[in-house]
Design a protein around this ligand. Structure first.
Ligand code: FES
Ligand SMILES: [Fe+2]
Length: 332
């Protein structure tokens, strides 16, 4: 059953951008996505620009995502009405020649953008930016986009997990966590750069066979300097700096389909020599994501946001800060 009672109707959440798919998923569409409990149909118009509309035809409410894209127009599968740029209805096949299209036939389009190889939707009025990733414009870095997955996990629990490094030796013992320290030093939180707030820390990581293509080193243990941070509402970013000078950046994106189901994808930027195939580079991060997914799908519901409902320790400081900001955001 779809649960929407916490996030749905929160205007502050509607005013943010969310990653819903890969750009290539809408070539040409229609693509059905669900965001904050609402379904949308997305396709490319005659100019190749993305259009997103509520997935409900203005005529008899047929799901537009079940239709077809013809010459950049989305044709409803029920009576063939066609919609183009901005959601404008451009054809009603049953109407006699010269009869104008009823003004209410036009659909109200939502904000859609393309960035980092991804499709972003903002169902309200954009008040928060698409997260900032300066390496996108640096020619010494390449970008790699894996597919978008669905996790049976609340976006709140995913952010809590992405900001937390004390689960590494336990959840990630099968990948890189076998060599990480259980005890962590005191955290100093800071503004990492435009848009991301977080902290820097050092990690001693196992480097098993599966990690060799990603780390670019063959020692059993490698050293990483890392940063982790968040950008509201549910965007996280980690940077991994290896001693060799290799920098591996991860944008971790959680999008609430509803309260307890989320799209998940990550984007990698790295300054290697571009010779290792993308699938090889992604092997480690995909295995790590699978470990997190298996862990988090054991937890039900939305992360309790009131400070008194959970016990947190010093090492949870950044997550507690995110919870404080998120609570303030959704309580307005
Ligand atoms: S319901 Fe879409 S054209 Fe009739
Ligand atoms: Fe993890």
């Amino acid at each position: 059953m779809t649960q929407t009672h916490v996030f749905a109707g929160k205007q502050a959440l509607a005013n943010a951008w969310y990653c819903v798919a890969l750009s290539s998923d809408a070539d040409p569409g229609p693509l059905k996505v669900t965001l904050l409990g609402e379904d949308y149909a997305i396709w490319r118009d005659p100019e190749g620009e993305l259009v997103g509309v509520p997935d409900r035809c203005s005529h008899r409410e047929a799901p537009l995502s079940a239709g077809n894209v013809k010459d950049g127009c989305l044709e409803c599968c029920y009576h063939g009405w066609q919609f183009s740029t901005g959601g404008r209805c451009v054809s009603v096949p049953s109407s006699q020649k010269g009869i104008p299209i009823p003004p209410r036939a036009h659909l109200e389009a939502v904000n859609v953008a393309e960035k980092y190889g991804l499709i972003w939707v903002c169902p309200g009025a954009p008040e928060m930016d698409i997260p900032y990733v300066p390496w996108e414009d640096d020619p010494s870095f390449r970008r790699i986009n894996p597919e978008v997955d669905i996790w049976n996990v609340s976006s709140t629990r995913m952010v809590d997990n992405f900001l937390d490094f004390t689960h590494f030796p336990f959840v990630h013992s099968g990948t890189f966590g076998g060599a990480t320290d259980q005890e962590v030093p005191r955290l100093d939180m800071l503004q990492l750069d435009k848009g991301f707030f977080g902290y820097w820390y050092d990690v001693r990581a196992s480097n098993p066979d599966l990690a060799l293509s990603t780390s670019g080193q063959d020692e059993a243990v490698v050293y990483r300097k890392m940063s982790s941070g968040f950008s509201m509402p549910f965007h996280c970013r980690s940077t991994i700096h290896y001693e060799t000078g290799l920098v591996h950046v991860l944008l971790l994106l959680s999008t609430p389909i509803d309260d307890v189901t989320s799209y998940f994808t990550f984007v990698v930027w790295r300054n290697d020599d571009f010779s290792v195939p993308e699938d090889e580079v992604l092997k480690l991060d995909k295995a790590i994501a699978a470990e997190d997914k298996a862990m988090l799908e054991r937890l039900g519901g939305v992360l309790p946001l009131r400070a008194t409902e959970l016990v947190s320790v010093q090492a949870d400081k950044l997550s507690v800060e995110w919870m404080r900001r998120f609570s303030a955001l959704v309580s307005n």
